[in-house]
Structure formats: structure tokens, C-alpha cells
Design a protein around this ligand. Structure first.
Ligand code: HEC
Length: 239
């Protein structure tokens, strides 16, 4: 379904991911909701509080397509590779949706702002900041520390592997299950002890061997460079 959508957009001349464009909506509305409740408390003004509630409700609505396009982009542009910033984004997005929901359902009916209402909006603000930060990590892959830089480099490697996989392997292998398509599904391969068909031990050497001199019916991929094999292996490890 995702590939049809991106194909259509690409025909229309749009080649970018969808999520970053949409993400501004819930982020902006969450910030606005926080600012308006602060003003409502300071000025004891109930219509400012109504505005805060309306912004919060719109943020909650906007979070739904934002998460959905995030999922589609992740599958389409990053081959569903479960790298650390993606894991963080999934966790933070779930927490944000939950807290926005709680904040929308609670709060006084009589229209006055409360300190707990302020706190929960502040929490949502922290969550959107975190989401923005890890979004940046995915796109730019650089952090200020060497550990983060290493992680960023590794992410680039995994993404290169994901692209190679889409181009060369996806025809025969699923990455989101271990069901057989033409070859075995490769989800969680590196969590197993043995390769699914040959029974070889799961490690870098066995993957390389499978690509250069496959066990049985898989076509060989001798043309792949060592670097490409390593990137593919990193990608398989992330599944
Ligand atoms: C034309 C279909 C096809 C393509 C394309 C393909 N495979 Fe396979 N793959 C198979 C089959 C069939 C098997 C089962 C083992 C065999 O026949 O060698 C397999 C098995 C595997 C295994 C498990 C091997 C084992 O020992 O159990 C891995 C890992 C693997 N493939 C990775 C890849 C990667 C990475 C690519 C892309 C570079 C790829 N495959 C491309 C068909 C394919």
C-alpha cells in the first residue's frame, strides 16, 4: 500500500518523505496548548484555557496521521530497519499520544486552567522535543559525542544495507516475518542460533557464504563488494 502511495506522489513530482511535513502540526499545536494554559493561569482567563484545550484536541487528531506516515516512511525509505532513533521515536510517539489523550479527557469542565493540566502539557512538550531530536538523529545521523557519532555511522550503514536489500533480496525474502516467500523470512535472523535452511551457525561468515556460494537454490551474489556484504549483514542484524 505504501509503495503505491509513494509511486503516485513520485509521479506528481513529490519524492520526499511525508512524515516530516506533517510532524509540524502536532508539534506546533502542543507548544500552543502549553503557551495558552500558562497564559490562562497567569491571567486567570477561561477563554485562553479553552484555546489551550482546542489546541490540545487538534494536536491529538494531528498525531494520528503523523504516526501513520512515520510508519510508512520508515518502511519505504529505511526498509523498516529498527535502529535506535526509530525505537526511541516509537516509544516517545506512543507516550505522546497517550498523554495527549489523557489531557484531553481530563481537565475541569467549568473552564478553569489547573496546575496538573499545565504539568501534563509540559510533559507533552518534552515528548515532542524528544521526537524532534531523534528525527534529526535519523536524518543527520550526527551527535556531539563519539558514541553518538559511531551510532550515526552505524545507522548509515544499516540504511545502505536496507537499500541493497530492497534492490536485491526483497523479491524472495520477507523482513517482517519468518514466513517463507521464496526464501525464508529473515526477521529476527540474528536472534537465532542456526540459519533457517542450511542450519549453519548465524554469524557474519555464514551470511557472506550464503551470498557468495549459497546453500541450495538461492542465486549467488558474487558481484556484491565486501562493503556491501557488511552493510547487508548490519541490516539483517537490525531486523
Ligand atoms: C531468487 C530468490 C532469492 C533472492 C533474490 C535472494 N534469496 Fe536468499 N534465499 C533464497 C532461498 C530459496 C533460500 C533457501 C536456501 C537456499 O536455497 O540457498 C535463501 C536463503 C537465504 C538465507 C538463509 C540461508 C540459510 O543458510 O538458511 C539468507 C540469510 C539469505 N537467503 C539472504 C539473502 C540476501 C541478503 C539476499 C540479497 C542479497 C538474498 N537472500 C536474495 C532465495 C533468494
Amino acid at each position: 500500500m505504501g509503495s503505491q502511495l509513494y509511486g503516485l506522489l513520485s509521479d506528481l513530482g513529490y519524492h520526499h518523505p511525508l512524515h516530516p511535513a506533517l510532524a509540524h502540526l502536532p508539534v506546533g499545536l502542543t507548544i500552543a496548548s502549553f503557551i495558552f494554559i500558562v497564559l490562562a493561569l497567569l491571567l486567570k482567563n477561561s477563554s485562553l484555557y479553552s484555546t489551550s484545550k482546542h489546541c490540545l484536541l487538534l494536536a491529538l487528531l494531528a498525531v494520528i496521521p503523523t504516526i501513520f506516515t512515520g510508519y510508512l516512511d520508515w518502511q519505504h525509505f529505511y526498509g523498516g530497519a529498527l535502529i535506535l532513533p526509530i525505537k526511541m521515536k516509537i516509544g516517545l510517539a506512543a507516550a505522546l499520544a497517550l498523554f495527549l489523550l489523557i489531557a484531553s479527557l481530563t481537565g475541569k469542565r467549568d473552564g478553569s486552567a489547573t496546575v496538573p493540566g499545565l504539568m501534563i502539557r509540559f510533559l507533552c512538550l518534552l515528548l515532542v522535543t524528544g521526537l524532534g531530536y531523534f528525527g534529526g538523529e535519523i536524518v543527520y545521523g550526527k551527535g556531539s559525542t563519539t558514541a553518538a557519532q559511531k551510532e550515526g555511522l552505524n545507522n548509515e550503514y544499516i540504511m545502505a544495507g536496507a537499500k541493497l536489500f530492497q534492490a536485491n533480496c526483497a523479491l524472495c525474502h520477507l523482513t517482517d516475518s519468518s514466513d517463507t516467500k521464496i526464501g525464508p523470512g529473515l526477521k529476527g535472523l540474528f536472534l537465532q542460533k542456526q540459519m533457517p535452511v542450511s542450519g549453519w551457525p548465524v554469524n557474519e561468515q555464514s551470511v557472506e557464504r550464503q551470498l557468495k556460494t549459497p546453500f541450495a537454490q538461492m542465486p549467488p551474489f558474487a558481484k556484491l563488494s565486501n562493503e556491501e556484504v557488511a552493510a547487508l549483514t548490519e541490516y539483517l542484524k537490525s531486523l
